[in-house]
Structures are given as structure tokens and as C-alpha cells.
Design a binder for this molecule. Structure first.
Ligand SMILES: [Zn+2]
Length: 175
């Protein structure tokens, strides 16, 4: 009897740990699941992502999480308008690293190459990687341009054309 009891105790502990709420370092926007290293990284990201006069057109709440979600969805919608590529069911991931070296380690892990990037989009992972302190509006719009272009076409555009579209989104985000 004793072994059975200890097994069921283990199962109970395991199951009771299961239905925890969403992990503290994740948030969901309309279009993106955002994962961040820690709350400081999210704060740095929100601070770097200064939107100036666009601010009064963005729906935000009381928390940093709400503010980041509001900004991201606003930027995604705006990039779709800039590129005239509308995707109602767009879904992708964002990873916010506390530092540039975190982003560069992600690139190395995925592509086995050393780069100095502060942000990049991986189509195979369907994920944009950002360094929190370098997440300027133009940088974010550029990467979202890549996301939208990648999802809009059945066949992925050639890299140079991809880049032209991302640069176009970057250039016009503050119009
Ligand atoms: Zn690019």
C-alpha cells in the first residue's frame, strides 16, 4: 500500500502544478505571442519603442503589458496599410531579449553564423527577435514589414525584394 500512496501523491503534485496561469514572461496581442526575458526587458522595450505623436491613436491600458500589446497591434495594422497587404489572421511570435548579445545568440543558434544584428525575423520560426533597448519604432516596423511580406505571398519573395518591402514599411511608419 505504501508505494501506491507515494505514487499518487506524486501524481497529485504534478497535476496541481499543471493549470497555472500564463507564464509571467509572456503576453498575447491580437497578432503576436510575445515572450520576454524578464519584466525589465519588457520595460526597456516599451521605453525604446517611442511612438511620439502616434501615441494618441494607440489603445493602451494601465500596465506595461497593455501598452506593449497596444503598440504592437497598432504597428502591425499600420504596416499592413503601408504595404497594402491585409492579413486578418496573421499570427506570429516575438521574442524580446534583454540585450543585443541575446539576439545574436538566437541568430547563431538558428543559422550558425555570427552577426551584429539588433533584431531579425526568422521565417522558419515565424518569430521576430528584438533587443529591448534597441527596439526603435523604425526597427520594429522594419521587422514587421518582413513578417507581413512573408505571410502575404504563397511563395516567399526573393531576399532583396523582401528587404525593399521591409525598408518601405520602416520609411513610412512615421508618416
Ligand atoms: Zn530587413
Amino acid at each position: 500500500m505504501k508505494p501506491f500512496l507515494s505514487i499518487s501523491a506524486f501524481v497529485f503534485i504534478f497535476l496541481s502544478a499543471w493549470p497555472l496561469p500564463v507564464h509571467a514572461d509572456e503576453l498575447q496581442t491580437r497578432f503576436a505571442a510575445v515572450e520576454y526575458d524578464n519584466r525589465d526587458a519588457l520595460k526597456d522595450f516599451n521605453y525604446a519603442l517611442y511612438v511620439g505623436r502616434l501615441k494618441n491613436r494607440i489603445k493602451t491600458g494601465d500596465t506595461i503589458e497593455d501598452e506593449v500589446a497596444g503598440k504592437m497591434d497598432f504597428i502591425v495594422n499600420r504596416v499592413m496599410r503601408i504595404l497594402e497587404m491585409y492579413l486578418h489572421d496573421l499570427n506570429f511570435k516575438i521574442v524580446i531579449r534583454g540585450s543585443k548579445s541575446g539576439v545574436q545568440a538566437d541568430f547563431k543558434r538558428l543559422y550558425n553564423r555570427d552577426v551584429k544584428y539588433i533584431a531579425f525575423y526568422s521565417p522558419s520560426e515565424n518569430t521576430v527577435f528584438f533587443s529591448a533597448k534597441n527596439a526603435k519604432l523604425t526597427v520594429v516596423a522594419h521587422e514587421i514589414g518582413h513578417v507581413v511580406a512573408e505571410h502575404y505571398f504563397d511563395i516567399s519573395p526573393p531576399p532583396r525584394i523582401h528587404e525593399v518591402m521591409a525598408q518601405y514599411a520602416e520609411k513610412h511608419i512615421t508618416d
